[in-house]
Ligand binder design. Structure first.
Ligand code: ADP
Ligand code: ASP
Ligand code: MG
Length: 407
C-alpha cells in the first residue's frame, strides 16, 4: 500500500463527465489499497474567465481581490469531485487551501508556500477518506486568500507530497508525459522515459508549461518522486529523477527543446560608451520591478553602443517609458521595442560533456535562413531569440538536427 498525491489539471476536470472519470480512477486506486490525496485545478478555461471578468472592471485590479476571485475556480472542482467519489461509495472530503492550512507568504497572485499542516489530512487518511485539496491557493498568516501563480496547482501537488512524505507525486494531465518538445507544435516529439530535475527545471523556465517551475524546484529540493502521466490513458508517463545516469542508452546530446512567446525586446540605441552606463540603464528597470532576461551589448564604430535586452511582453510599454527618460539623461539616441520575437532553447545535461553543441544549433537555424538576434547560455542550455514567425520552423528543425524525432 502506498500514499500517492495525485494532481489533476484543468482539462482533466473540464466537464462533469471528466470529473466522474477522475473519480472512477481515484476509486480504483483506493480499491487497490492505496491512500490518495488529490489536488485539483479549476475546470479548463475557468481561471481565464474569472481574470477576464475582473479586467472588465479595471486593468490592474487589486491583487488581494484577484486572489479571492480566481481561487473560486478550484473550490468548485473539489466539491464536485468529492461528491462523485461519495457517489461511488468512497468517503472523501474537500478542503480549500486555507482549510488544510497551506500557509504562504503575502505576495498575492504569486505567493510562495511556507508550511503545510498535515494533521487534518493524516486524520482523514487514517479514517479511510480520500482528501481532495484545492490546487493553486493558500492562505497568509492573517487569513487572506493567496494564489500561487498560473499553473500553480502543480506546486500544490508537489508541496502536499513533500509534506506528507508521499511515495510519489503524480501529475495527471492531457499528455502522457514530458515530451522532447511540445507535441502540439512538433508531430515528431517523443515521450521521455525520464528526465533529470535539473533539465526539467530548465525546460520549465524556458517555457515548457507542462509543469510549473516552482513545482519542479520544490520537488528537487525535497526530493519528491515526481511523475507526469495522462489522466485517462494508461502508461508509465515520465519520471523526473535525480539520477543523471543514462545506463540503458547513450546519453543524448540534448534532452528537449523549449520555447516561449512571452518576451519582448527593448533596445537603447546610440548610448555613449562610458563606464557605468549599463548600470544607469538597468537600475531604473529593476527599480520599476521589471525582470530582465537576455542581455546583449554591441559597440558601434562611432564609440557608441546599443544595449538590448528582453522583458516580459506585458512589461514592454512600461520599460519603454522608463528608458525614454534614462535615454534623455545619458544622451542616448533612441529607445526601440519589438514584441514579435520568440525564444527557443535546447536543454540537456549531455551538453556538459560535448563540444560543438552551439555550432550545431546555429548551423541548423542558418540552413533554414533563421536569423539569430540574441544568444544566452547556461551549463545545460543554449537559448536564442529569433523572429516569432520562425518559431515553429526553428523548433522542428532543431528537433530533427539533434536526432530527437521519433524513429
Ligand atoms: P494541465 O491543465 O493539466 O495543468 P497544461 O496545459 O498546464 O495542463 O500542461 C500540459 C500541456 O503542456 C500539454 O498539453 C502540452 O501542449 C504542453 N507542453 C509544453 N511543452 C511540453 C513538453 N515538453 N512535454 C509535454 N507537454 C508539453
Ligand atoms: N487554475 C489555475 C490556472 O489556470 C492553476 C492551475 O491550473 O494549475 O492557472
Ligand atoms: Mg498546468
Amino acid at each position: 500500500m502506498s500514499l500517492f498525491v495525485q494532481k489533476y489539471g484543468g482539462t482533466s476536470v473540464g466537464s462533469i463527465e471528466r470529473i466522474e472519470a477522475v473519480a472512477a480512477k481515484v476509486a480504483a486506486f483506493r480499491e487497490a489499497g492505496h491512500d490518495i490525496v488529490v489536488a485539483v485545478s479549476a475546470m479548463s478555461g475557468e481561471t481565464n474567465r474569472l481574470i477576464a471578468l475582473a479586467q472588465e472592471i479595471q486593468d490592474n485590479p487589486d491583487p488581494r481581490e484577484m486572489d479571492v476571485l480566481v481561487s473560486t475556480g478550484e473550490q468548485v472542482t473539489i466539491a464536485l469531485l468529492s461528491m462523485a467519489l461519495k457517489k461511488r461509495g468512497h468517503e472523501a472530503r474537500s478542503y480549500t487551501g486555507s482549510q488544510v492550512r497551506i500557509l504562504t507568504d503575502q505576495s498575492h497572485t504569486k505567493a510562495r508556500i511556507l508550511d503545510i499542516d498535515v494533521a487534518r489530512m493524516r486524520a482523514d487518511l487514517d479514517a479511510g477518506r480520500v482528501v481532495v485539496v484545492a490546487g493553486f491557493q493558500g492562505v497568509d498568516e492573517e487569513g487572506n486568500i493567496t494564489t500561487l501563480g498560473r499553473g500553480g496547482s502543480d506546486t500544490t501537488g508537489v508541496a502536499l507530497a513533500a509534506a506528507l512524505k508521499a511515495d510519489e507525486c503524480q501529475i495527471y494531465t492531457d499528455v502522457d508525459g514530458v515530451y522532447t518538445t511540445d507535441p502540439r507544435i512538433c508531430s515528431g516529439a517523443r515521450r521521455l522515459e525520464k528526465i533529470t530535475f535539473e533539465e526539467m527545471l530548465e525546460m520549465a523556465s524556458q517555457g515548457s508549461k507542462v509543469l510549473q517551475i516552482r513545482s519542479v524546484e520544490f520537488a528537487g529540493k525535497y526530493n519528491v518522486p515526481l511523475r507526469v502521466l495522462h489522466s485517462f490513458q494508461d502508461g508509465p508517463g515520465t519520471l523526473i529523477t535525480l539520477d543523471e545516469d543514462y545506463t540503458d542508452m547513450e546519453q543524448p546530446l540534448i534532452s528537449g527543446i523549449a520555447f516561449n512567446r512571452d518576451e519582448a525586446k527593448v533596445t537603447v540605441a546610440g548610448v555613449p560608451d562610458t563606464p557605468g552606463v549599463a548600470a544607469k540603464i538597468l537600475a531604473p528597470i529593476g527599480a520599476a520591478n521589471i525582470e530582465i532576461d537576455v542581455i546583449v551589448q554591441n559597440v558601434a564604430a562611432d564609440a557608441t553602443t546599443d544595449m538590448t535586452f528582453t522583458v516580459h511582453r506585458n512589461d514592454m510599454e512600461k520599460a519603454k517609458k522608463v528608458l525614454e527618460k534614462v535615454a534623455r539623461e545619458i544622451g542616448a539616441r533612441e529607445v526601440l521595442t519589438d514584441d514579435k520575437i520568440a525564444k527557443v532553447s535546447i536543454v540537456g545535461v549531455g551538453m556538459r560533456s560535448h563540444a560543438g553543441v552551439a555550432s550545431k544549433m546555429f548551423t541548423a537555424l542558418a540552413e533554414d535562413n533563421i536569423n539569430i538576434q540574441m544568444i544566452t547560455t547556461s551549463e545545460i542550455k543554449i537559448a536564442v531569440i529569433i523572429e516569432e514567425r520562425y518559431l515553429e520552423l526553428a523548433v522542428r528543425s532543431l528537433h530533427k538536427a539533434f536526432g530527437l524525432d521519433k524513429v
